[in-house]
Design a protein around this ligand. Structure first.
Ligand SMILES: [Fe+2]
Length: 175
């Protein structure tokens, strides 16, 4: 069976190398992280700085209004268990640095969620991905600290879902 990876995630054609370097350096400074239920640590980034590092995100903002940018820090030997997001319908992610981690999607129609063959998001360096948070996904971090950049939209899953943003990006030749 051919798996349509595009329904889970899609790389976005904007230059993000400078943003990646900048966000990683901020991510590695330990101050200002907020911990959520012991689950993960995140901090917001200055939006003006992000747009100046990655003007392509201004085009994304014309397609769906961006609320904020943040970085997530995930410690080693940790798992974000299989879930669908309960608030966000879609996000944009970029892996900034990791040693040995894996992000997996599973089919929502699987008889046993979390079983069967996962679709793995093999993050490429300096690359932003539209990420469908409404399909079952999980992250395992086996070693090293994992740093992730994330773009969060203003609209939540009640009005903004992955297909609409993907179609907007395609119309703007960004995917
Ligand atoms: Fe999630």
């Amino acid at each position: 069976m051919v798996i349509d990876k595009n329904k889970y995630f899609k790389n976005i054609n904007v230059k993000a190398k400078i943003l990646s370097e900048c966000a990683l350096s901020i991510a590695k400074s330990d101050d200002n992280y907020v911990e959520w239920n012991g689950e993960f640590c995140s901090k917001w980034l200055d939006s003006k700085l992000v747009y100046s590092c990655c003007p392509g995100l201004l085009m994304v903002n014309n397609i769906a209004k961006i609320d904020h940018f943040s970085v997530f820090k995930m410690t080693p030997n940790k798992t974000y268990k299989l879930h669908v997001d309960n608030h966000r319908g879609v996000v944009i992610n970029m892996l900034l640095e990791h040693e040995d981690s894996m992000c997996k999607f599973f089919s929502p129609t699987s008889a046993s969620p979390g079983l069967g063959n996962p679709t793995v998001l093999h993050y490429q360096p300096n690359t932003l991905y539209l990420f469908n948070t409404q399909l079952p996904h999980m992250v395992e971090n086996f070693a090293g600290t994992r740093y992730l950049f994330q773009t969060v939209f203003q609209e939540d899953l009640t009005t903004l879902l992955y297909p609409r943003v993907l179609a907007g990006l395609a119309k703007a030749n960004l995917v």
